[in-house]
Design a protein around this ligand. Structure first.
Ligand code: 6PG
Length: 235
């Protein structure tokens, strides 16, 4: 299915995300009795999670994962889990046993990646299939912690990769890989601001782009771009 593109102001984009989440949740609950969502950091978290918390979704049957995490303890200001806890998990009273945090504080990143792959398989089966992956995109075209030119982008076997050398601080990160993200029932990419316009253009209008966001947009079975006018300005 070609990408769906919504260009609007932030409140409407947040509403669109809530609509997509409700739709995917209804489908997932009727198909398999649980809804699995993956969250990210950055502005897709700070600007959209509060709306998701108020959306009236069925959190008692939702399993929450992360598309990527920074290698920091859960109470660190850079923790994607920490942000989600404040903006979504506590306000929406998501049951603790359904919160699948990445062990970002483990000193051994490879081990943390392997253990998160096990966690995905235990909850979602093999290969794991998310229902909704909520992602931001960097000005360089990265998604989750898959950065242009990094070997993790070409990963085809592992579901989770350690990234010890990310160009965006903090450099030590863990990320779901393209095959897992692309297998999500729906991928949502959120972008605001003119500095994202080139990456958005690569994803939506450059069929041979090798940027991670473009590779994902081509590989995903269903992807929605939620864009403000600046991010969409080069389409
Ligand atoms: C992270 C991310 C990362 C983020 C993009 C966009 O934890 O750093 O998950 O992929 O979504 O860098 O971030 P902004 O929307 O804040 O620019």
């Amino acid at each position: 299915m070609p990408p769906a593109v919504i260009v609007d102001e932030l409140p409407r984009l947040a509403e669109a995300l809530v609509g997509l989440a409700a739709e995917e949740q209804a489908r997932a609950l009727s198909d398999r009795g649980l809804f699995a969502i993956a969250l990210s950091g950055g502005s897709a978290g700070t600007l959209l999670l509060p709306s998701l918390a108020r959306a009236g979704l069925d959190w008692l049957r939702t399993e929450v994962f992360w598309a990527d995490e920074r290698a920091v303890p859960p109470d660190h200001p850079e923790s994607n889990y920490g942000m989600a806890r404040r903006l979504l998990l506590e306000p929406a009273a998501v049951p603790v046993r359904q919160i699948h945090r990445v062990d970002g504080q483990l000193p051994d990143l490879e081990r943390a990646a392997a253990s998160y792959a096990d966690e995905l398989a235990r909850t979602l089966g093999t290969p794991p299939r998310l229902d909704l992956a909520l992602l931001g995109v960097g000005p360089d075209g990265h998604v989750a912690s898959l950065f242009p030119g990094h070997p993790a982008v070409g990963e085809t076997e592992l579901w989770v990769r350690a990234v010890p050398d990310a160009p965006k601080p903090p450099p030590r990160r863990l990320t779901l890989t393209l095959p897992v993200l692309a297998a999500s029932r729906r991928v949502v990419v959120f972008a605001r601001g003119r500095e994202k316009a080139d990456a958005v253009r690569a994803a939506l209008a450059e069929p041979t782009s090798g940027l991670p966001v473009a590779l994902l947009a081509r590989a995903a079975s269903a992807v929605s771009f939620l864009l403000d006018a600046d991010a969409a300005s080069r389409l």
